[in-house]
Design a protein around this ligand. Structure first.
Ligand code: SIN
Length: 308
């Protein structure tokens, strides 16, 4: 009998599907994701200050995907960590690991965020080193090059205790594998890849101006899957730590591609916008059917097989 459970960084997941941090910002939607059967849920990236987010509209569907510029809308670490404490208390019995995502552009700020989160004991901490939708006061380049990523990871690992720390990386760099390797060398327990592609732009040809309030935004959805597969493949070649692969997953074949490239866990974000949270039950059944049809008992038999 095939089973969907997965071990990632020493944490048990009932199935490999993770709601990524990104377009979903409200706690009620994280609760819906747990109820819908996700294996794990990542909360919206928290920053030092509260952020209102970028001007509306923040998301737009185009023919082959979605473009977003949410602008890290979140309550900020003080209020956000209180909300997380309540959330973790209410959901800890449901055996769905919760990943807390953090974003900063200065090492000092990252350390402050991590210090506030560690006592809450989430299942994992994700360092978002890759949001494409931040403004210049944040200094875009942090996390886009290996020196800064390595320094952040090494400092964070000194204070994160037993909580595994993963780095979420951007595809919008010259060499994502190099950055993953540096994160691993500085203590990262895992890598999440990819954040959105771009930034891109969609123009309203009637109004004759860009559709998104922030004009530009990161692309997700089916169009980015081949980039995600390539990035996961290159990272798998470069590191030994496990990979949470994401980007454009809509159907079981997409999941299998990412796993064969090297992913252990699979992020499913934009598909919930297209099909609702029920997509997760569809993906779970389709994945089990694939495993049974191909005599795969455990997903780890497939991880990275495209490299053989
Ligand atoms: C955003 O808040 O703009 C999207 C999140 C991200 O790309 O990290």
């Amino acid at each position: 009998m095939s089973n969907l459970s997965v071990n990632f960084c020493g944490v048990h997941f009932n199935n490999p599907f993770i709601l990524p941090s990104g377009i979903i910002t409200e706690v009620k939607d994280h609760v819906r994701a747990i109820e819908a059967g996700f294996g794990g849920v990542t909360l919206k990236s928290l920053t030092y200050e509260r952020r209102e987010g970028n001007p509306l509209p923040r998301m737009w569907k185009f023919d082959c995907g979605m473009i977003n510029s949410v602008g890290l809308r979140n309550a900020g670490i003080e209020k956000g960590s209180e909300e997380i404490a309540v959330f973790l208390k209410e959901h800890s019995g449901k055996k769905v690991p919760i990943l807390v995502s953090l974003f900063a552009t200065k090492v000092k700020e990252f350390l402050y965020l991590v210090e506030k989160i560690v006592p809450l004991n989430p299942s994992l901490i994700e360092l978002n080193l890759s949001c494409p939708n931040v403004e210049d006061e944040f200094g875009k380049s942090l996390g886009m090059e290996k020196g800064a990523s390595g320094e952040i990871m090494s400092e964070v690992k000194k204070i994160s205790g037993k909580i595994p720390v993963i780095a979420k990386l951007s595809p919008n760099v010259a060499n994502i594998a190099d950055i993953a390797k540096t994160c691993e060398a500085n203590g990262a327990d895992g890598i999440a890849a990819i954040n959105t592609l771009g930034p891109g732009m969609v123009i309203d040809i009637v109004k004759r101006k860009p559709i998104l309030g922030a004009k530009k935004g990161g692309m997700s959805g089916p169009a980015v899957l081949p980039v995600a597969v390539r990035c996961v493949y290159e990272i798998y070649d470069a590191v030994k730590i496990p990979i949470l692969g994401m980007g454009g997953v809509m159907k079981v074949e997409d999941i299998i591609q990412l796993i064969m490239a090297g992913a252990t866990l699979i992020g499913v974000g934009t598909a919930t916008y297209y099909k609702g949270m029920k997509v997760i039950e569809e993906l779970k059944s389709a994945l089990l059917k694939y495993m049974e049809g191909n005599k795969v008992k455990d997903l780890k038999e497939l991880v990275g097989v495209a490299h053989n």
